[in-house]
Design a protein around this ligand. Structure first.
Ligand code: FES
Ligand SMILES: [Fe+2]
Length: 402
């Protein structure tokens, strides 16, 4: 049997011949001490919305580490290791006070940076209490998200800012959310990298979102665009270019930045210009992922969601999920961790290949003692210029934008 000129042996290629699955560990690991986990730990990560930090200790998981988030009585957020440094019970049962969190077992009190302020069973409240420190991580808030830095203290960078988020027009507001591609609130049960690299895969929009499951976005997004990919200083961007029915040129730019920043303009093409949101793909653990988003919108306007045959994703029955799959089905469908040895990347996967290449180079940089891209200790240098957007107009005018 032949297809074109290539002879094909119909008895080969059965699943019986599949080898044992292998993974590119530099893309999937998140844990402390792994090369990729150490790259991830050189950046700030959003892991909660500001209202999650309150007087009730909240368990959170970030990069495979279980931690406790709280906000003390003077409004400072704190993120601490759950096991009390006295004799190890969990601070999940602690009580939050004006200046910190108090362990339920023997009452040691720790401030938001882990300093022991009180040891009520010891003479004078603990004469050497400054010797004991509850393991903690630095946190900072930005526009309603709480960010943590889980890396080596001597390499802690400035928390980046984003130009589009710092300029909010009159009549607009900025909102933070942790909605995911499917489940609201719960993590998505797959590795973060397969979710993240999807942003550099504009072709799936044409198939999954505009054809296979009906058009989930808007008419402007439904045609197959001309796609190209480009490295940026800190990541990769894709250009998706189309001529609209009315003759205008639609230059859509999507970008990712090392390690896990994702900037995608609204697929509903509501606004012409730079993206109105910035998001992060947070590895909760090796097999759990959450997306945190900061979103600008006209005050009170609800966020537009993809509809599946007129319904929201969370309202679908199993049969309807099969009828109208979306990002959740496609990405969780790749398995808890996609099997790299069973992939066949093609020319339309170039953006995925470029991002993987860049990510591996940064894993190597950190392993070799160099600083990864996009980190700085200079606040003047810490503003990220967003390129992503929906730019519509004359070709000559919009092609240079983004
Ligand atoms: S175990 Fe926390 S105070 Fe004793
Ligand atoms: Fe998608």
């Amino acid at each position: 049997m032949t297809i074109g000129e290539t002879p094909v042996d119909i008895d080969r290629g059965t699943a019986y011949e599949l080898g044992p699955p292998t993974f590119d560990t530099d893309l999937i690991e998140v844990e402390r001490g792994t090369p990729a986990g150490e790259l991830l730990r050189r950046y700030w990560h959003p892991f909660a919305v500001s209202t999650d930090a309150g007087r009730s200790p909240k368990p959170v998981r970030i990069l495979g580490e279980d931690l406790i988030l709280f906000r003390d009585g003077s409004g400072r957020p704190g993120l601490v290791h759950p096991r009390c440094c006295h004799r190890g019970t969990t601070l999940y049962y602690g009580k939050v006070e004006q200046n910190g969190i108090r362990c339920c077992y023997h009452g040691w009190l720790f401030d938001t940076e882990g300093r022991t302020l009180d040891m009520p069973c010891e003479p004078d409240g603990g004469r050497r209490r400054e010797r004991y420190r509850q393991p903690w991580y630095p946190v900072q808030e930005y526009h309603g998200l709480v960010f943590a830095y889980l890396g080596p203290p001597e390499h802690k960078p400035v928390l980046p800012r984003y130009d589009v988020l710092d300029e909010v027009a009159e009549g607009w507001e900025l909102v933070a959310d942790d909605d995911n591609i499917g489940l609201e609130g719960d993590p998505t049960p797959c590795n973060w990298f397969q979710t993240h690299e999807n942003v550099m895969d504009p072709f799936h929009v044409f198939v999954l979102h505009a054809g296979f499951s009906g058009n989930q976005f808007v008419a402007e997004m439904a045609d197959l665009p001309q796609v190209s990919w480009h490295f940026t200083e800190q990541g990769v961007k894709s250009h998706q270019d189309r001529v609209l029915a009315d003759g205008r040129f639609f230059h859509r730019v999507t970008e990712v930045a090392i390690p896990n920043v994702r900037i995608v303009a609204s697929p509903f093409v509501e606004f012409d210009g730079p993206a109105t949101s910035v998001a992060w793909t947070l590895p909760i653990s090796r097999t759990e992922t959450k997306i945190f988003t900061l979103l600008k919108r006209p005050i009170g306007q609800p966020r537009r969601r993809a509809l599946y045959d007129g319904k929201r994703w969370s309202e679908l029955t199993e049969a309807e999920h099969r009828e109208h799959p979306g990002d959740y089905e496609a990405q969780v469908g790749q398995g808890p961790v996609t099997i790299h040895s069973e992939e066949n990347l093609a020319s339309s996967d170039k953006g995925v290949t470029m991002f993987r290449h860049l990510f591996r180079s940064q894993v190597r940089a950190v392993a070799e003692g160099r600083a990864p891209v996009g980190v700085t200790d200079d606040p003047e240098q810490a503003t990220f210029g967003v390129r992503a957007g929906n730019y519509i107009g004359d070709r000559a005018d919009v092609i240079e934008l983004g």
